[in-house]
Each structure stands twice: as structure tokens, then as C-alpha cells.
Write a protein that binds this ligand. Structure first.
Ligand SMILES: [Zn+2]
Length: 236
């Protein structure tokens, strides 16, 4: 029989509760999102909600402590070349993103977490690469610990999800997690969807469904759990 999995939200627990979980599951989940314009059909915090939900589901499956989401990102649609969406995003510098990530990782290492899972809901570049690079540096610095920085699409097959902005994939996930925040009717019915007008990069979001979102989520949880199982064998 499988032991009871222990997990919780780090910021909702008292110290003894945290230590009770951490002694068996020294795994920290860092959901990393953004405040970013996601077209008229999706909320600005889509990346944050997506990663927060996925981290909680993963922790439920694997065990560990979920940190509050970080809604700080660089390389937003606000500064995509050739598009004009100056509003509804809050963008930070690449340097600051790197620094925050380093300071989080350093303190998580000091607090004896052995595995840190940073799930980035935002895939702008080099934002995502910066997080991956910091993880690589910390893996070199702490060879007995493992820092895993990923985006959800890293572990999901392409036929279900590829990197996208407010397209079929992200919109389906948002419909699955928080359907009341999505308004598909705000998308045009009489023309092609475009990046320039609709802030959509990727497949047509008009066919998004919660059911498709659920398939993506299930695939993520299955594959990320498997991968984490291997990491746990080596590091815990
Ligand atoms: Zn997004």
C-alpha cells in the first residue's frame, strides 16, 4: 500500500507542520507566473494560476511544500517586437528575475530542501532560459540537491501542448482550472485570430475546452510525477 502523501502550502502552515512534511518530503515547489496581457479572452494572471494549480496537483501526488506563486516575469508580450499591447502587464528586468531566483534557491537550500521544482508558467525568452540557467548553476553548486526549472510543455507531448500564448493550450487549461475567468465570446467570429490583434500565439483558442485542458493536466501530472520519482531516488 502506498504511504500517505504529505504535502501542504508553505505559507499556510506553522513551523511544526512544515517540518513534519519536510522530514519525509524535502521538496519545494515554486510556481513562477506573471502578470501579463493574455488577450481579451483570458485573465492577466493566467500564467500564475496555471502554474499554481499544476504545482498543487503535483505536490498532492508526490509530496512536499508548495510556495506562494511568484508573479514576476521578464520578456512579456508588452515588449514583443511588432505588437502593441502596452497595458495590463507588469514587466520586470531580466537581471531582477535572475536575482530573485538565486535568492529563493539559496534560501531553500539553506532550509534543507533537497529538491526544488520551479514551474514557470511564462515561456517568454530569455525569461525561461534565465530560470533554467540559475537551476543549472545551483545543481553545480549543490551536487547533493536537485533544482529542476521547467515549463509545463517540457513534459507534455506536442500533440497535447506546445509553448503558446493565450492560444488553444493555455485557454483550455484556464477553462479547466477557472472557467469563470475565461470569455471565449470576446474572440472574433468572422476572421482569423492573430498575434497583432488578439495577442494569441499558437493554435486557434476558439476551440478551447475544459476537457482538452484536463487531458493536458493529466499528461503533465503523470509525466512530471514519473520524472520526479527518478529525481527522488537519486537525491532523497
Ligand atoms: Zn501565458
Amino acid at each position: 500500500m502506498k504511504d500517505e502523501i504529505k504535502w501542504g502550502d508553505f505559507d499556510k502552515m506553522r513551523p511544526t507542520q512544515i517540518e513534519e512534511i519536510k522530514k519525509d518530503y524535502p521538496i519545494a515547489y515554486l510556481p513562477w507566473g506573471a502578470i501579463e496581457y493574455h488577450g481579451r479572452h483570458n485573465p492577466t494572471g493566467l500564467d500564475t494560476h496555471k502554474t499554481a494549480h499544476l504545482c498543487s496537483l503535483l505536490a498532492k501526488e508526490v509530496g512536499g511544500l508548495v510556495f506562494p506563486p511568484i508573479s514576476l516575469a521578464a520578456n512579456l508580450i508588452k515588449s514583443y517586437p511588432g505588437v502593441d499591447f502596452p497595458n495590463h502587464s507588469i514587466e520586470f528586468s531580466e537581471k531582477l528575475i535572475q536575482l530573485i531566483c538565486e535568492e529563493y534557491f539559496e534560501q531553500l537550500a539553506e532550509q534543507n530542501f533537497k529538491i526544488v521544482v520551479l514551474l514557470s508558467g511564462h515561456a517568454g525568452e530569455p525569461h525561461l532560459q534565465i530560470l533554467r540557467d540559475v537551476a543549472r548553476d545551483f545543481n553545480n553548486k549543490y551536487p547533493n540537491k536537485y533544482f529542476w526549472a521547467l515549463a509545463e510543455f517540457d513534459v507534455i507531448p506536442d500533440h497535447l501542448l506546445v509553448a503558446n500564448h493565450s492560444a488553444l493550450g493555455e485557454t483550455s487549461l484556464q477553462l479547466y482550472f477557472e472557467p469563470e475567468t475565461v470569455d471565449l465570446h470576446s474572440l472574433p467570429k468572422d476572421r482569423e485570430i492573430s498575434l497583432e490583434i488578439d495577442a494569441v500565439s499558437g493554435e486557434d483558442p476558439r476551440s478551447s475546452t475544459a476537457e482538452h485542458g484536463e487531458l493536458i493536466v493529466n499528461s503533465f501530472i503523470k509525466n512530471a510525477t514519473e520524472k520526479l520519482g527518478g529525481i527522488i531516488k537519486n537525491y532523497i
